[in-house]
Design a protein around this ligand. Structure first.
Ligand code: SF4
Length: 696
């Protein structure tokens, strides 16, 4: 592969920016602009530009490690795989199949996510599988399914954004999370459209907005209801659309009318004139969109909060109309595909429900097993991690680092330490891998071929560009070898395209139908939007894919969208005398998720070397804290310490911490695992804390 230019995609976020990779004679890999991919047209953020550094980092794992005498020591692949098979097999025999847990990630390719779900259910026979995407966009997924009968992050391509009349971005800081996507919003404004940003912080994204509303964390459900109240009161509803294309309006309308703007102002801190202005900006143009991200979604009422924003879109006739509607900006690289192929606790490939007899029958036929042998739904991610060491005695973990990224992280770390057996597949010794009994070094994005599905529902081919270092193997090979050792000799191919061919059959007829997509098409067409059924007798009878959803009908049984009858409720943990301040958490531009990869890149570390506590000058003055002083943030779950960053861009009643780091400054030590009753999403975005200066 020397000196060959390979068009491929970034390993990190759900934008899945296109890039060209060229191996250099010195063993490094050069990234160059790939202008033909319409999402980023060549632009990359610092994370994407420096991604090859992780391929050759000096701390790259190139040998399996097994625990011996309390230490992780190098071992052969045979010994390491035998140890994992033995650990899982013993657990299953002694405690039953559900004592084996499997934890995946939104960074796994479609092929790996599919195979991991199949491995858990067919080889281990366990119901206990979930993944870190539960902590990402699961509330938006649940709300989308309730309202539209289908969850695809964006039901339209990003290229529609500049042509819309108004976009409301709720709880999304794209300037830090997906910088190349900002051009769509810049073009929107150049074309005369307006941008409203709703965020408790005046982020770099909010600075670019025509209107920035800064509600208290955890109150955007009330904010959406207040806007809907004004929409009704000002006669801005689209009655014909409501009548023809929706159900449930009367109940949703009654809830909105109960949320008087003055009441909403008291809850949110957003003034009535600001609310009125937002409603005017949203309702006056012919087209408008609402896009949510982790802000409204990572709440213990995340599903209802997203439902309230969808209600606003439905009442104004936006969803399923050109250049309009509701969308979720999925975060992780394969956050979309990762939730479609069966690594979720309650789902089978094709985004099918695990408790649906017809779905079980279809997938069991593809897998060549008895449908009755498939376990039922298991625990959600936090509940699974919380059960480690008790009901769940052994865990196989891929592409995740919950010691840093799970809520109430010190407790979860303790649960992981209490396991009888832990096996981790990773590229570096993450904080979670460091606790394992066996660590397997696996291939990375540029070293293997596979598909991902970006936040638009566009399925993409990520091509192998370089030869992997000796000593590492792909996750598919790991599952093949383990299946073989656990008595399932067939059904776990190591070739990604072969897995994809099976995935196509398994997804056929499902919501997320990939059956008309082939590797050849993906290479030629620069991605294909699902659903893409195989229309004719052969897979090559080409369906064009579906960039835009819902224009004719919604994916509900009656084709109508459903309003959510939602009302404001408080966050799970409101401030009180002991914990008087709110903590919200989020991201910085130079780190990604738990930082397992990006903390290994010098340039990114220099730009974002560690955590910080962002606080308002008034709060800092009350504490007697100066810029850079160590600040202790204490919640009911623990204490984290990081330097003060004093800024007017945050509300005086709120502090902010990014969550990318382990150790003393680990933000997730503090966060609240209160779960949304529908999506089982923890409340990362709001908890009560007290803030103290740390005296030397
Ligand atoms: Fe990679 Fe996301 Fe940055 Fe694009 S925006 S280069 S996909 S991390």
């Amino acid at each position: 592969m020397q000196n060959t230019v390979t068009p491929t995609h970034c390993p990190y976020c759900a934008l899945q920016c296109g890039m060209n990779l060229t191996p250099a004679p010195d063993g490094t890999v050069e990234v160059s602009e790939r202008a033909d991919f319409p999402v980023n047209r060549g632009a990359l953020c610092g994370k994407g530009r420096t991604a090859p550094a992780v391929l050759s980092t000096s701390v790259r794992l190139t040998s399996p490690l097994v625990r011996s005498g309390g230490e992780l020591v190098p071992a052969s692949w045979e010994e390491a795989l035998d140890r994992i098979a033995e650990g899982l097999s013993r657990t299953r025999t002694e405690h039953g199949p559900d004592a084996c847990g499997v934890f995946g990630g939104g960074g796994l390719t479609n092929e790996k996510a599919y195979t991991l779900g199949k491995f858990a259910r067919v080889v281990l026979g366990t119901s206990q599988i979930d993944y870190n995407g539960r902590f990402c966009m699961s509330s938006a997924a649940a709300a989308g399914i309730k309202a539209f009968g289908l969850d695809r992050g964006l039901p339209f391509p990003l290229e529609d954004i500049p042509k819309s009349g108004c976009v409301i971005l709720v709880g999304s800081n794209l300037a830090e999370t997906m910088p190349p996507s900002l051009r769509f919003f810049n073009e929107l404004r150049e074309n005369g459209g307006t941008l409203i940003v709703i965020d408790p912080r005046r982020t770099k994204t909010a600075e670019q907005a025509d209107l920035h509303l800064a509600p208290r964390p955890g109150t955007d459900l009330a904010l959406a209801l207040g806007m809907l109240h004004l929409v009704v009161a000002e006669g801005r509803t689209d009655e014909e659309y409501i009548r023809e294309r929706t159900t449930g309006w009367e109940e949703a309308r009654a809830e909105a009318l109960a949320h008087w703007p003055e009441y909403v102002e008291r809850i949110t801190g957003v003034s009535v004139p600001e609310l009125r202005e937002a409603v005017r900006m949203f309702c006056e143009p012919e087209s408008a969109m609402v896009l949510t991200a982790r802000g409204p979604e990572q709440q213990s009422k995340g599903t209802d909060t997203v439902g309230a924003w969808i209600n606003l879109c439905l009442a104004t006739g936006r969803a399923g109309r050109p250049l309009s509607g509701y969308g979720c900006l999925t975060g992780q690289g394969n956050g979309q595909g990762g939730r479609e192929h069966g690594q979720k606790a309650d789902q089978l490939p094709g985004y099918r429900k695990l408790d649906d007899p017809a779905a079980r029958q279809h997938v069991a036929e593809v897998w060549g097993v008895d449908p009755d042998s498939l376990p039922g739904p298991g625990r959600s991610a936090y509940e699974l991690l919380d059960a480690l060491g008790t009901d769940i005695r052994a865990l196989l973990l891929m592409a995740s680092n919950p010691v840093v990224s799970a809520p109430r992280a010190a407790h979860i770390e303790e649960r992981i330490r209490s396991l009888d057996f832990l096996a981790v597949c990773d590229v570096v010794l993450s904080e979670t891998a460091a606790l394992a009994d066996v660590v397997l070094p696996v291939t990375q994005w540029a070293e293997e071929t596979g598909t991902t599905t970006n936040l638009e529902g566009r399925v993409l081919l990520r091509k192998q560009a370089i030869t992997p270092p000796s000593g590492v193997r792909s996750d598919l090979e790991v599952m093949h070898e383990l299946a073989d050792r656990l008595g399932v000799e067939k059904g776990f191919p190591t070739d990604a395209e072969e897995v994809f061919e099976e995935l196509r059959r398994a997804s056929a007829g499902g919501v997320a139908d990939y059956s008309g997509i082939t590797y050849r098409r993906l290479a030629e067409e620069n991605g294909v939007f699902w659903p893409c059924p195989a229309d004719g007798d052969t897979a090559e009878d080409v369906h064009p894919g579906t960039p835009r959803l819902f224009h004719d009908r919604f994916a509900t049984p009656d084709g109508r969208a459903r309003f959510a009858p939602v009302a404001h409720r408080a966050t799970a943990e409101e401030p009180d005398e002991e914990y008087p301040v709110l903590l919200t958490t989020g991201r910085v531009v130079s780190q990604y998720q738990s930082g397992a990869q990006t903390r290994r890149v010098d340039e990114l570390n220099a730009a974002a070397p560690g955590p910080f506590v962002e606080l308002h000058p008034r709060l800092a003055a009350r504490l007697g804290a100066a810029e850079g002083d160590p600040i202790a943030v204490v919640s009911r779950r623990g204490r984290a310490v990081a330097p003060a960053r004093i800024t007017n861009s945050i509300r005086p009643d709120t502090v902010f911490m990014p969550f990318h780091w382990p150790g003393e400054g680990r933000a997730n030590t503090l966060t609240n695992p209160a779960l949304d009753p529908t999506s089982r999403m923890p409340e990362f975005k709001s908890c009560a804390v007290r803030v103290e200066t740390v005296r030397g």
